[in-house]
Design a protein. Sequence first.
Length: 135
Amino acid sequence: LGLKWDFNYGVSNAKIEKNLIEYQKLVKKRQLALQLQEGTIAKLSGEAVRKRKLFEAAEKSLKSATSWVRLESDNMDVGVGNIKRYVKAYQYYYQLKGEVISTKAQYLVTLAELAHAAGDTRLLLNWLEYGKVTL
């Protein structure tokens, strides 16, 4: 009739139990990885918001420094300017210009890390392309 008797039922059952335990371990490991990933994404998104605020504050300070340089330059043209204030204005301006570049780079690196943690490295490129993040 084509039936085959197998007297190794206990061995087969043990293999099934072993595979089931391995599967449960993998499921727990996957759940832990997903929880860690969610925590990482939440941390990086908070960091990205903080770095964006720092970047915006640095840009605002740079605009103020530009106004100060323009004012000191006009004062020098008229003849009532002080050379120390003029040099100090330029020093402050270029210091802030470097800070703007630095904070922007940090912000973009944080966004790239966020996109990587989310599992799609092209996410940052999409954000840039559709104007959600500007360079």
